[in-house]
Write a protein that binds this ligand. Structure first.
Ligand SMILES: Cc1cc2nc3c(=O)[nH]c(=O)nc-3n(C[C@H](O)[C@H](O)[C@H](O)COP(=O)(O)OP(=O)(O)OC[C@H]3O[C@@H](n4cnc5c(N)ncnc54)[C@H](O)[C@@H]3O)c2cc1C
Length: 498
């Protein structure tokens, strides 16, 4: 039985492990942290569960898509996992008006038209694009660079549909989309979730996931999902080594002989999959010059490809103070958070999943503030150099944001308390994430999102998994890239990839 070492126990590494175990390999995952899951995680403070990741899960709908089959295979979904319907993507309130992106697209359209009839043409264009993008799915059986005629025919409706949407919003950022609306409230709503330089196309695809009913959330949230996937891996006979940071991949000519752990132990294997952050892989685990050229081009092109992250604070409120479940943004004359004075605040209210905190007389809310590169780097430097100053900044921002919540929901006065804060440094320090980013690169409006085949020219038996291989990242790309790394090993060994 051929032995495969997988570096990194995030969803990508776990998926690679599950597929390879099913396909008859012996696998070992080496994960630096005490638990696997990577950025797909959650934790408890004062007995309160804090969910870090899943706002929506693309391809959550039980259908015959390859991605749904993969979710079932790895234990993300299926087998009695209850889905919490995502009835609303989010809402934005300003100047007495509320724009909501409902699961019911017709409702969104009619509310938008009521807010701004003079934007009819633009609203109809948006509506049609979202409808067309509902065909979106993530091919998950075979790497796209290995597609033959059969796969091209199968995915033709998807490729055609997405091509048309892409064309309709070609060369447009979220900021351009916002500016194209006459109503400032309608326009501004589009810039809430993601950085303004994000392609307008990506908002449409994300929202279409919700309107097609395929962006629901598994009950129990991110940690429960990560644990289900871990259990699936172990049930299939995989060995998960936690608290086991890998120092480097040991190279012997055009092959890797195995890995060297930080504790000095060397472990041999027939194949190695790197499922860590790509920057970490090609600055620590492998020589920089081994990074595939296509990926290097993106890392080097700082003008067109950026990264972002978020500052988060979680609060508990005694009682219910009128905050709707899910995510609501409102316009504000807000505080300075990092280098940006906030003009809106977003609040995620956990009432949508009572299983994570079953206290009927409390409200859990999470603030998420976009942090651009400059802020991300500041957080990481501060966390490394001066923990006390880092903690003080986390608390200072939380206090300011708490004051804004009370301004908006005066009933929360005296009843709201900070539970925890986390920052881009959290991801950088815990997951070795590049610039503290938990997604991959944001391609600007003049660029393409890039997918890199997970192969390393110089090494025949090392494959790259992880979200940084594919587009703008996220759970589906991370999982499929794990599967694709496994697929390449199966192919090399002439066995069926299961
Ligand atoms: C706040 C937040 C919200 C999000 N919302 C969504 C969402 O709604 N939908 C969605 O699809 N995605 C979402 N994501 C993104 C999603 O979490 C990531 O895309 C995905 O988890 C990345 O998986 P990965 O396996 O590629 O990387 P990671 O999760 O980073 O896994 C890499 C693993 O490698 C380990 N590692 C690193 N270096 C070493 C080493 N030297 N030795 C051993 N182990 C090592 C790390 O500890 C980590 O466990 C969100 C993420 C965050 C943080």
């Amino acid at each position: 039985m051929k032995k495969v070492i997988i570096i990194g126990g995030g969803i990508s590494g776990l998926t690679a492990g599950i597929v390879l175990q099913k396909s008859g390999f012996e696998t070992h995952i080496y994960e630096k942290n005490p638990i696997a899951g990577g950025e797909l995680t959650g934790w408890k403070r004062e007995g309160i569960y804090i969910d870090n990741c899943i706002d929506w899960l693309t391809n959550s709908k039980a259908d015959d898509s390859e991605m749904y089959a993969l979710w079932k295979d790895i234990g993300m979904l299926g087998d009695g996992v209850k889905l919490l319907p995502k009835n609303r993507f989010f809402s934005y309130t300003a100047d007495g008006k509320t724009v909501s992106f409902w699961r019911d697209l017709e409702k969104t359209r009619s509310e938008m038209l009521a807010i701004s009839p003079e934007d009819k043409e633009n609203i109809e264009k948006f509506y049609n694009a979202v409808k067309a993008a509902e065909v979106f799915t993530v091919p998950a059986n075979k790497p796209m660079d290995k597609f033959g005629l059969k796969e091209l025919i199968k995915f033709w409706p998807f490729l055609k549909g997405m091509g048309a949407v892409q064309k309709a919003y070609k060369g447009m950022s979220l900021k351009d989309l916002a500016d194209s609306f006459k109503s400032p409230v309608l326009g501004k709503a589009f810039t809430m979730l993601h950085p303004e330089n994000t392609q307008a196309f990506s908002f449409i695809v994300s929202y279409a996931t919700i309107t097609s009913g395929s962006g629901d959330i598994p009950e129990g949230g991110s940690l429960a999902a990560a644990m289900r996937i871990c259990d699936r891996y172990k049930e299939l006979g995989g060995t998960l080594h936690t608290n086991s940071p890998v120092k480097k991949i040991v190279i012997a000519g055009s092959r890797a002989s195995g890995i060297l752990l930080e504790d000095g132990n060397e472990i041999n294997a027939d194949y190695v999959i790197t499922a860590t952050d790509a920057n970490h892989c090609f600055t620590k685990l492998l020589p920089a010059e081994y990074m595939p050229e296509k990926m290097r081009a993106v890392f080097d092109d700082k003008e067109h490809y950026t990264t972002f992250s978020k500052y988060h604070a979680l609060f508990i409120i005694d009682g219910k103070v009128g905050i709707p479940a899910d995510t609501n943004y409102w316009k504000c004359d807000g505080p300075l958070i990092g280098h940006n004075k906030l003009d809106s605040i977003g609040l995620l209210c956990y009432d949508y999943d009572p299983s994570t905190y079953p206290a009927e007389d409390k409200t859990l809310v999470q603030v998420k503030v976009i942090q651009y590169l400059e802020d991300c780097l500041d957080w990481i430097e501060l966390a490394k150099k001066d923990k006390a100053a880092y903690d003080a900044r986390r608390k200072d921002y939380a206090d300011k944001l708490m004051a804004e919540i009370v301004k908006r929901y005066p009933e929360a006065e005296g009843k709201i308390r900070l539970i925890d804060t986390w920052t881009p440094a959290t991801y950088a320090l815990h997951c070795n994430s590049f610039n503290g980013s938990y997604m991959s690169f944001v391609a600007d409006k003049n660029s393409k999102t890039v997918t890199t085949p997970g192969v390393i020219k110089q090494l025949k038996n090392v494959f790259i998994a992880g979200q940084w291989n594919m587009g703008s990242g996220g759970l589906p790309p991370a999982a499929v890239q794990g599967k694709f790394a496994a697929w390449r090993i199966c192919k090399a060994e002439g066995v069926t990839c299961k």
